[in-house]
Design a protein around this ligand. Structure first.
Ligand code: F6R
Length: 606
């Protein structure tokens, strides 16, 4: 994830900006840059590669301005070059950005038609031009920014610095985090509290949709509708922490809310968003592979299970999906022309590691999807496909799961292309759908209040069923796992069509049934299963979209309505309500959400 820092200081800010960026190195980056105001004029310094390159440039040509913004960039739109590094600037302002602007192509065409010249391939630069046009029309900076925020589609955070405005920074967040740091006659902006650690202990986390106008003595915060709002001040304890809970009660819910950012970051790494194509992972020849075997445990296994549907459908590649503890002892013959994919957040899970070694012993090449890049599984694999989720602290896996799905989805599209199954148009459509997931997740997170109210009722039950078809089936399994592991309520996930083959005997008014059913080509089949439940007095919690809710036309305990989206990405977005339902139910139950009983984050024993 990119890192953002902004400072209105009392001493030259350039070295402070670089120091703060160093604290954000853990997020990963491939270029960096700062913009400062030198005698009121915008001045930029950017460098490809590591921060020491920027440091060297700064040492050779020190800057003395008292206001500035800085950025570490992980390339999304455009190659990791100095030209594409942030800040992006015009004659009137400089801007740094984290996230994806989905509608940048349309906006860029509009700006080019208006005579603006672009100097990068990024989606970010269009923001700089849009605000500049508004400023040139006579708008004040805050109005110019507010008007542009309303035109941007996507999930992002931003920080602006303006020519001639030595006491002004504007920040905004939608989907990606941003925090204000309060100093003594100084003011700071940062993409997380870690960047702000050396400067202040007093932090205000912006809520989603907020934007802020900062001077050295004030912070005026507005919500998405433009109403002035106040947000609480949080006192940080110690500045050396690496990961904090932000203004969330638990790490788990913080990590749930990080998903628009994490998924945006991960899909951007595996896709070429400028050309609308998927990048084939180096070294893997999907055209030469006749079978995939995917192995993992727990939540990571369910990510692989979703991927089976994707690889089979989009790449016509047969997939065997196995629980690692079974796979490793089953003595399955493996084809030398097959590829093994192992999935593990920690990269240390004993059974998954043993499966990797078994497949290797059978002569297969191994691709590992891991969150911890230094892990044993990463080291022993032939190809490492990292999930860019950042450290996951909550024992229940959330953001690592959707990051795994992001890697798998992008890789399935790349395989479809490499195998000649997907046309260029189909590839573009799938890539576009993936680039929209951060915004769709951001929309889904807005349903949290409704889900929390529902969780109050769910916390009273002893058992719960989850049903889904297609890629919603593994999401049903994941939903049931999340609920049982953190709330200790007994839950089971089933393929909706299996209900009548046994589990239907369990249905009564004390057994809520969570049905995950986007309005897709198999929706009607799932409606039949819901009717079977309703006819037996079962209470349904339906997670669907507007069309699904209308077509189902049933009495439910609750209907959670998500935005409509392509079927290829529902698994990613429908995970959010399922996670939130488990989380809030557990909070009502009073369990230890981040460290549920009997569980460990990394299972290194058999
Ligand atoms: C559930 C959960 C576990 C892990 C499983 C595999 O929320 O976190 O089911 O997914 O133990 O762990 P990794 O991914 O580290 O191999």
């Amino acid at each position: 994830m990119c890192g953002i820092i902004g400072i209105l200081g009392r001493t030259p800010v350039a070295p402070l900006l670089v120091d703060a960026l160093k604290r954000l190195e853990y997020r990963g980056y491939d270029s960096a840059g700062i913009a400062t105001l030198e005698d009121g004029h915008l001045d930029r310094l950017r460098a490809e590669g590591k921060l020491r390159n920027l440091d060297l440039k700064l040492a050779g040509s020190p800057r003395f301005g008292l206001a500035g913004i800085g950025h570490t960039r992980w390339a999304t739109h455009g190659a990791p070059t100095e030209r594409n590094a942030h800040p992006h600037a015009t004659e009137r302002l400089a801007v740094v950005h984290n996230g994806i602007i989905e509608n940048f192509r349309e906006l860029r065409l509009e700006m080019e038609a208006a005579g603006r010249t672009f100097s990068s391939d990024t989606d970010t630069e269009v923001i700089a031009h849009l605000v500049t046009v508004n400023l040139a029309a006579g708008m004040a900076p805050r109005d110019a920014v507010q008007a542009v925020l309303g035109r941007l589609t996507g999930a992002f955070s931003l920080a602006f610095l303006f020519e001639g405005e030595g006491d002004l920074l504007i920040g905004a967040r939608r989907g990606s985090p941003l925090a204000i740091g309060w100093g003594d006659g100084e003011m700071f902006l940062g993409s997380d509290a870690i960047a702000l650690g050396p400067f202040t202990d007093e932090i205000t986390y912006l809520n989603d949709g907020d934007w802020v106008v900062l001077t050295r003595s004030s912070a005026e915060i507005y919500d998405e509708a433009g109403n002035p709002v106040s947000r609480p001040l949080t006192q940080l304890h110690g500045t050396t922490h690496v990961v904090d809970k932000g203004n969330h009660r638990h790490f788990m819910v913080k990590e749930v809310h990080e998903q628009p950012e994490v998924v945006g970051h991960t899909v951007a790494h595996y896709l070429d968003l400028v050309n609308g194509s998927a990048k084939v992972p180096a070294g893997i020849d999907f055209a030469a592979i006749d079978r995939l075997s995917i192995t993992a445990c727990g939540t990571a296994f369910y990510a692989g299970f979703v991927a089976k549907y994707w690889f089979e459908r989009y790449a016509r590649l047969p997939v065997d999906i196995d629980i690692a503890s079974e796979f490793r002892y089953r003595e399955q013959p493996l084809s030398k022309d097959g590829l093994s994919i192992v999935i593990s957040q920690s990269g240390e899970t004993a059974d998954t590691l043993a499966s990797l070694r078994y497949a290797k012993g059978e002569g297969q090449k191994i691709a590992a999807i891991v969150n911890v890049r230094e892990s044993t599984i990463a080291r022993e694999a032939d190809f490492v496909l990292p999930t860019l989720a950042g450290p996951e602290i909550g024992v229940a896996s959330t953001k690592a799961f959707t990051a795994q799905l992001s890697v798998l989805a992008a890789t399935a599209v790349a395989a479809g292309k490499a195998r000649g199954v997907l046309s260029g148009d189909e590839e573009h459509a799938l890539v576009r759908a993936l680039s929209e997931v951060p915004r769709l997740m951001h929309e889904a997170l807005k349903l949290e209040d409704q889900i929390e109210a529902l969780a109050r009722d769910l916390a009273k039950v002893k058992h719960c069923l989850y049903l889904g078809r297609g890629t919603s089936y593994p999401i049903a399994l994941e939903g049931a796992l999340k609920l049982k592991e953190i709330s200790y309520i007994h839950a089971e996930g089933y393929a909706a069509g299996e209900l009548k083959h046994g589990p239907i005997a369990l249905i009564d008014e004390d057994m809520p049934v969570v049905v995950i059913a986007p309005f897709d080509h198999i929706f009607e089949k799932t409606v039949s299963n819901m009717q079977e439940v309703a006819a037996r007095g079962g209470r349904i919690i339906l997670i669907t979209d507007r069309k699904g809710a209308e077509a189902a036309a049933m009495d439910t305990m609750a209907t959670i309505i998500l935005p409509e989206m392509p079927a290829s990405v529902t698994a990613l977005v429908y995970t959010i309500p399922v996670q939130l339902l488990a989380y809030h139910t557990a909070v009502f139950m009073g369990t230890d959400v981040d460290q549920p009983r009997n569980l460990a984050k990394s299972v290194t024993v058999e």
